[in-house]
Design a protein around this ligand. Structure first.
Ligand code: ATP
Length: 233
């Protein structure tokens, strides 16, 4: 019989609701994700082997359990096969990450996200069949690097090789219609939204004219978006 301690008001039931998410591994990433999901109104089941982490989250998540998620019996007792959405937030213990991943795939959980701590780890997860592999450290490192260098106000890689850049408009792109600016032709990126000084964000169109001090959101293939962001600074 698998042993685990469950905190929470109700026993996790059949996928609880469409809004239910299980987060396996409550390190810094898993905790922050689980708490944000709670903020967004989800029902969250958190699982971690570390009793002290589980106790500290008691009352903050819908359910929180001290258990070893590599144990198939434990996952079955917690109704994990009934969840639609599960996040594997175990990173440094790659063996545990892979074991949990293979169990979730065996349960045919429809939507699985897994954290990877390295490219090799990510490649294994992808080869196992995880469609959503996230690299929090790597992605945040890249994002912060762009901000620290001052070339962009923000940078988010939305998908492999597609990114969004927030930057101040450069003087060479002011005073002309976006349709006539040649930005798309020259840089391969699209200005999607604009914030004129003192105004709310709005969608950009071919007729939008940018002014000094405007902030723009630009999307495009990562390299081109980076190149545009640097050129704009
Ligand atoms: P973070 O950067 O998110 O803090 P980390 O890389 O420092 O994570 P990890 O090894 O990824 O640490 O572990 C994240 C959490 O997953 C830890 O709290 C750890 O106790 C938990 N964990 C590791 N193995 C298991 C397991 N088999 N079952 C449940 N939880 C686990």
């Amino acid at each position: 019989m698998a042993k685990h301690r469950l905190f929470g008001t109700r026993t996790p039931s059949r996928a609880a609701s469409r809004n239910a998410v299980a987060v396996i591994g409550l390190g810094r990433f898993g905790q922050s994700l689980a708490l944000e999901l709670m903020n967004d109104g989800a029902e969250v089941l958190g699982i971690d082997t570390r009793e002290e982490v589980v106790q500290s989250l008691n009352g903050q998540l819908t359910h929180v359990v001290a258990a070893d998620a590599t144990n198939e019996d434990v996952l079955r007792q917690l109704s994990i096969p009934d969840f639609d959405r599960v996040v594997i937030a175990i990173g440094s213990d790659i063996q545990a990450s892979i074991l949990v991943t293979s169990l979730l795939l065996r349960f045919s959980v429809p939507h699985i996200w897994a954290k990877a701590v390295s490219d090799a780890h990510g490649m294994i997860l992808e080869q196992l069949g995880i469609p959503h592999v996230v690299y929090p450290e790597k992605d945040m490192g890249r994002r912060v690097a762009h901000i620290v260098l001052g070339s962009m106000q923000d940078f988010i890689e939305i998908d492999t090789d597609f990114a969004m850049v927030k930057t101040e408009v450069s003087p060479e792109h002011t005073g002309v219609r976006l349709g006539d600016s040649g930005i798309r032709r020259r840089f391969g990126v699209t200005v999607s939204s604009v914030k004129h000084r003192g105004e709310p964000w709005q969608a950009a169109t071919a007729d939008t004219v940018l002014h000094a001090g405007d902030i723009i959101l630009v999307t495009g293939p990562t390299r081109q978006a980076e190149r545009f962001g640097r050129a704009a600074s």
